[in-house]
Design a protein around this ligand. Structure first.
Ligand code: WT7
Length: 653
């Protein structure tokens, strides 16, 4: 793809940017030749410390132990709030756009600080202490930000669970890390739907022995059940403090846990990705500033939910630590119609828009009119994250949304990395549609073949690894360090393995090609095939299931499930409905399969291993590319499956 067009930044943009091409090259070289000096300097420049660190880095990728800024003490909420009060007290910290267009609220740094202090006092009055785990199951409302920041003020470890997750998913996360408090809302609003959060939380908490209290934010007027010995309304509890103040920030050690965020892997249950205080905060702060080329008057519109890492790093911590204005959006891009993002941009004068390729594709489909009817003059930079962006979607984003004048930063990273790892810096790096371009400062990517041999030079394709620690990397899987070591450091000993395939082109640009493990990326949401399979089997109708990703023109990847039914179930619509309902109940609507194919048997090796490669090819419609099936236990099943899928697709169209 050396013919891919190259986009340079306009001279006008260039004149304002923080870093130009030669500065990038210089800084990048220095961040590699002396990473410790580079990050020590960033840490001193970008964060406020209560006590200085005495050792910048200690690491071992064989045992999966990484420690940054040892000896240092700091508090996240102090860095995000208190330190800005003198200079930015009256600056807007958060702009909130609610579900209904124009239902908005803004909160200054001073007001947010006060709200966080009050909530800190409240949480402490409920017995929440440093190190305790607090589950947050809230919609995109300002209270969510306040509660997260209050946790960091105390040094409590928050675990935010996306409000679209089911009771079971919530229960499992709470139990995995033993939360003592759950913060939720009576209900949430998303487009024309209401989400019964408290009712769902009640079901979850039934089976969560560690939960002592449930705090309920009143988002709507709808009533909900309250258990008097356990539940309390957030606003009433705050009012009950009658002016008491117990909000002194806890000085935290650099490596004290900051938060846990659950994400899917290729095997088993979602794992609790643990991030620690100084490294995470520094990395979110640093990458936000450089990737988005932060200017003082920016209004940053990141469309992600705080239930995902993007929301943590680029709705909340990165922007606030930098003293920026961040926009929180409660609803969906298509409510009330496909113009909503641009309506928001126009009304709030957003300068940066950061969203996912799946949203871009969905909106592009609706036509340019929804975009062009709004004024986008305020936008100076566009960003994407979550999955590879196809050049068509990139070009539409660039020409229609950005009127051809805004650089696009295609940012590759993961829940595990804490912040952006590979991305153009606007002004410094010319872009190519579909490529995340080059590594950020301190990031040392390499590409290896399946045996782990490094592929040197340009024009190579293989698996993406990272050879050196960066401050924002996860430190462990909560409660299971061995799983952490195994998952990320054992495939290619001595290297962090990302799970992604990648090509480095002739110009040294990185092109992420997608997961090479059993992880799906559906509309930017990460799901494990094993997780979806076990949910399907839970329906009771299915004896055995194999799930693969299939190309989907909006979601990027869709889910195809090959199911072998139990003898007493037949391949009817009822059975299908039962399976779909179970998946929603066990995981969430985001895991709903796009195709369910009832098959007589699955292609297996003689040792009983399911040959997903074959199913993937069939799912992709590449029936002739299934390859040699002679080594299968029952080669005949492949032809049967092909025929079934072909027929099902033909009748669907
Ligand atoms: C996986 C991580 C990091 C925030 C959102 C997703 C894919 C992410 C890109 C990109 C190509 C991307 C990778 C990665 N991914 N960004 N710009 N280009 N692929 O976080 O849920 O932890 O998923 O998303 O496959 O491994 P996540």
């Amino acid at each position: 793809m050396s013919h891919s067009p190259v986009f340079n930044v306009s001279p006008e943009t260039l004149s304002r940017t923080r870093v130009n091409a030669s500065q990038y090259a210089q800084m990048y070289a220095r961040s590699l030749s002396n990473p410790e000096a580079f990050w020590a300097e960033q840490a001193q420049e970008l964060l406020e410390w209560r006590a200085p660190f005495h050792k910048t880095l200690d690491w071992n990728f064989h045992t999966a132990d990484v420690r940054w800024f040892e000896g240092g003490k700091l508090n996240v909420s102090e860095n995000c709030l208190d330190r800005h009060l003198a200079t930015r007290g009256d600056k807007i910290a958060l702009i909130w756009e609610g579900n209904e267009p124009g239902d908005t609220r803004s909160i200054t740094y001073r007001e947010l600080h006060r709200a966080v202090c009050e909530t800190t006092t409240l949480l402490r009055s409920l017995g929440v202490k440093k190190g305790d785990r607090v589950a947050i199951y809230l919609p995109m409302i300002i209270e969510a930000a306040v509660c997260m920041l209050a946790c960091t003020r105390i040094g409590a470890v928050h675990t935010v669970v996306f409000a679209g997750f089911s009771a079971e998913a919530l229960r499992d996360r709470i139990n995995d890390c033993g939360c003592s408090l759950l913060i939720t809302a009576n209900e949430g609003l998303r487009g024309s739907k209401t989400i019964p959060l408290k009712a769902t939380a009640d079901v979850a908490v039934e089976e969560c022995p560690s939960i002592r209290n449930v705090l309920v934010v009143q988002r709507t007027d709808a009533p909900c059940d309250m258990r008097p010995d356990r539940d309390m309304w957030y606003h009433q509890a705050l009012a009950g403090l009658s002016g008491a103040d117990d909000s002194t920030p806890e000085p935290m050690d650099s490596e004290d846990p900051m938060f846990i965020l659950y994400t899917s892997g290729s095997t088993g249950k979602p794992k609790g990705v643990l991030h620690t205080t100084a490294g995470y905060l520094l990395y979110a702060t640093h990458t936000f500033r450089y990737v988005f080329d932060l200017q003082e008057d920016d209004v940053h519109f990141c469309t992600a939910d705080i239930g995902w890492i993007t929301g943590h790093s680029y709705v909340l911590y990165g922007p606030l630590s930098n003293g920026a204005t961040s926009l929180m959006f409660e609803s969906v891009p298509t409510y009330p119609d496909a113009g909503r993002y641009w309506d928001i941009v126009e009304r709030h004068k957003a300068t940066i828009v950061y969203t996912a390729p799946t949203a871009i594709r969905a909106l592009a489909k609706e036509g340019d009119e929804y975009v062009t009817r709004y004024c986008r003059d305020s936008i100076r930079l566009l960003g994407t994250v979550g999955e590879p962006i196809n050049p068509d979607a990139w070009l539409w984003y660039h020409s229609v949304v950005g009127e051809g004048r805004c650089p696009i930063v295609d940012t590759w990273w993961q829940t595990e990395t804490g912040g952006v790892m590979i991305s153009p810096l606007p002004g410094a790096i010319p872009t190519k549609p579909g490529s995340a371009t080059r590594p950020l400062f301190g990031v040392q990517p390499l590409i290896v073949d399946e045996q782990g041999k490094e592929l040197l030079g340009n024009g190579v394709t293989g698996r993406l690894c990272i050879r050196f620690p960066w401050p924002g990397m996860m430190r462990t899987v909560y409660g299971d360090h061995e799983r952490f070591r195994q998952t990320y450091f054992s495939t290619f000993p001595g290297l962090y393995f990302t799970g992604d395939g990648c090509r480095r082109d002739e110009d040294g640009y990185y092109w992420i090609t997608g997961r090479v493990d059993d992880v799906l990326n559906v509309a930017g949401h990460r799901l494990g095939t094993a997780e979806v399979e076990s949910a399907i089997v839970r329906s009771g109708a299915v004896a055995e299931a194999a799930v693969v990703g299939v190309p989907h023109d909006v979601k990027g990847q869709g889910i195809a499930a090959f199911c072998v039914l139990h003898a007493d179930f037949s391949p009817t619509n009822d059975t299908r409905t039962k399976i779909l309902a179970t998946v929603r109940e066990v995981i969430s609507a985001i895991a709903t399969p796009d195709h369910i194919w009832f098959v007589a048997g699955l292609p297996k090796t003689r040792s009983g291993k399911i040959m997903r490669r074959i199913l993937r090819k069939i799912g992709e419609g590449e029936y002739s590319a299934v390859g040699d099936v002679s080594t299968l236990a029952e080669p005949g099943v492949v032809a049967e499956i092909v025929q079934l899928v072909e027929t099902s697709r033909a009748t669907k169209k």
